[in-house]
Design a protein around this ligand. Sequence first.
Ligand code: CTP
Ligand code: MG
Length: 166
Amino acid sequence: MLPAYLPNPVAALMGGGTPIDFGRTLSDGQRILGDGKTYRGLLCGVLAGIAVGLVQISLSNHFGWDLLPRHTLTSITLLSFGALLGDMGKSLIKRRLGKERGAKWPIADQYDLVIGAFVLMLIFDPSWLFAYVTLPILVIIIILTPILHRVVNIIGYVGGIKEVPW
Ligand code: CTP
Ligand code: MG
């Protein structure tokens, strides 16, 4: 899951500049995505996710870690890009609900990346998903994700990278 978990914190660290929606609003008067979704964040985040995936692939080739999922360039790209697509999808819905950028939206804020990553994987590489994301693995992901999310966001807040600790 590292290629899916890394893009969000890297986007928070590196993001800024031109927003993906170019500042445009929809007929409800709200931004399409908002200033929290930028091209730089998207690009840096996806590249970071792919980079960590490539490290995982080369490590498992060197050490023959057969217990770990067999990642491919496809699987790490889908996890990484899917994570930030899920994040954007969440922002799109958040704006439609009238929630401002950075507003808290429990559950959605935590699981957007998992849903995005798995939906993309389901569309483009379902055999990978069903081979490795078994029920016990899914339960671990569901438990681990909000904990990691909380810890990383508190670190980001204390470190002055995030304006809010969620
Ligand atoms: N970020 C970015 N580009 C992205 C995703 C994130 O630049 N594609 C950066 C933004 O600086 C953003 C920060 O990472 O403020 C934290 O991301 P997130 O919590 O997802 O965004 P929010 O600002 O909370 O916006 P939203 O309410 O839309 O979730
Ligand atoms: Mg947020």
